[in-house]
Design a protein around this ligand. Structure first.
Ligand SMILES: [Zn+2]
Length: 440
């Protein structure tokens, strides 16, 4: 690295301007936020109304953009499903400069594609960076990244100078390669580790089990997957650093990250408007209650997302964070996506958040994964560690059954390998059942 190094994102004026705006807006009052959100909502709805698809839907609901005069008026607009946009993408999109077609695998494995423009993407990156700044991350800090993108070099490692990051393949989180990644980390001395929670957890587990050391880092930045408590706790212990997470999605409608002090999801109000809705479509207002995340994007101009049903669920903590003082909507956990539920024999839904236990029940397995093909039946695949004998397996079964209940058939299956998904994620649950909203 030379002294003239500049992080590539800082060369993008849209990124820099949006970052500066978010810094200025970081201490806005509730009133300032509400005023801003109303202006942005009105704009978003007007823009959406330029598309045939949204115009039809608004007309069918007997509403026009002019009817949006308060934040509450948004609820008069129809919700929109992923399938609706997917099936008629052209009708729900606008021609804007520099738009590109992007796809997301989604938790269901069904690809969903839409158009994103360059400005939206730059603002997305700047918004995530803005949240990382809360815990001291700076553009250009050396970081080791476990990436879901294939790395084709023979050592599965790639140095990317424009971002000052060392990328290691998350498809190769097996002892032999983790050993080499660790050696590279000591040469490189990263300040941050960026990863999927599943990758970071596998790596932390291996470091702990083998008694390996890792260079001192400032924090672990998790993305793209729900961070479970047991993952956070292990990574915090092994790396002796803050584990930071956020909720977001490719549709750029909702972004919610931890703050300086608390491991709760602070919904960023300049990014989009997030609603939490109960199964009847009413807003969730009781702390502790769970609702579906419905988002309206302030960023997306090419394919607008207005009251978009994410099929992700969050638990409301309340409005305003006492620790940092931001008057934002705060969620204390992401309850899981639809594909992160196990369905028992009598049709109960068990969130993976509930399954993943805090205790030492999984200490005797190197890695595990649930697989459900049929209602009421679950296979627990595991890579046994040396300490894993019949007693430990019985213990695992007993403790899982407490969570699953006696209406579920549990099969334990030892395997030598649990392959990652096409995107390099290590899923805890392969859910083959087609789960639909409202079944829960
Ligand atoms: Zn806070």
């Amino acid at each position: 690295m030379t002294t003239t190094f500049v992080h590539a994102d800082l060369l993008n004026s849209h990124y820099v301007e949006w970052g500066a705006f978010l810094r200025d807006a970081d201490r806005w009052s509730s009133q300032q936020i509400a005023d801003y959100q109303l202006t942005r909502l009105q704009h978003a709805v007007r823009v959406a109304n330029e598309t045939e698809g949204y115009r039809e839907r608004f007309a069918a609901a007997g509403i026009t953009p002019a009817d949006l005069r308060s934040l509450d008026d948004l609820r008069r607009f129809p919700l929109i499903e992923k399938d609706t946009i997917r099936d008629r993408l052209r009708d729900f999109s606008r021609e804007v400069p520099d738009r590109e077609y992007v796809t997301t695998g989604g938790s269901t494995g069904v690809p969903f594609g839409f158009y994103r423009d360059k400005v939206a993407f730059a603002r997305e990156l700047a918004s995530k960076a803005h949240q990382y700044h809360r815990i001291g991350w700076r553009e250009g800090d050396p970081q080791l990244v476990f990436r879901g993108l294939p790395i084709t070099s023979p050592d599965h490692v790639q140095m990317v100078p424009e971002f000052n990051e060392l990328r290691c393949s998350s498809y190769h989180l097996v002892p032999e390669w983790m050993e080499r990644f660790t050696a590279r980390a000591f040469e490189y001395q990263p300040l941050w580790l960026r990863c999927y929670p599943s990758s970071g957890h596998i790596f932390a587990r291996w470091l702990k089990d083998t008694g390996r050391r890792f260079p001192a880092i400032k924090g672990v930045l998790c993305a793209s997957e729900n961070l479970y408590d047991f993952q956070r706790d292990l990574m915090r212990e092994v790396f002796n650093a803050r584990v930071f997470s956020h909720y977001g999605h490719y549709e750029l409608a909702v972004l919610a990250g931890f703050c300086e002090h608390e491991d709760t999801y602070h919904v960023l109000p300049q990014y989009g408007l997030a609603e939490l809705l109960d199964p009847d479509g009413r807003p969730v207002t009781t702390p502790g209650a769970v609702g579906e995340i419905v988002g309206t994007s302030f960023l997306m101009a090419a394919t607008p997302f207005i009251r978009y049903r994410t099929r992700d669920y969050a638990r409301l903590k309340g409005v305003g964070c006492a620790a940092c003082g931001r008057p934002y909507q705060v969620w204390d956990r992401i309850e899981g996506r639809l594909q992160e539920f196990i369905v028992t024999g009598t049709g109960r839904w068990i969130s993976m958040t509930a399954i993943n236990m805090h205790d030492d029940v999984f200490d005797h397995v190197a890695q595990f994964q649930f697989h459900q093909k049929e209602r009421g039946k679950v296979t627990f695949r595991y890579i046994p560690r040396e300490t894993c004998g019949p007693d430990q397996l019985m213990d695992i079964r007993r403790r899982l059954m407490i969570k699953l209940g006696d209406d579920t058939d549990l099969r334990l299956e030892a395997v030598s390998e649990i392959p990652p998904t096409a995107r390099g994620k290590h899923r805890f649950l392969l859910q083959d059942l087609k789960l639909a909203f409202g079944d829960a």
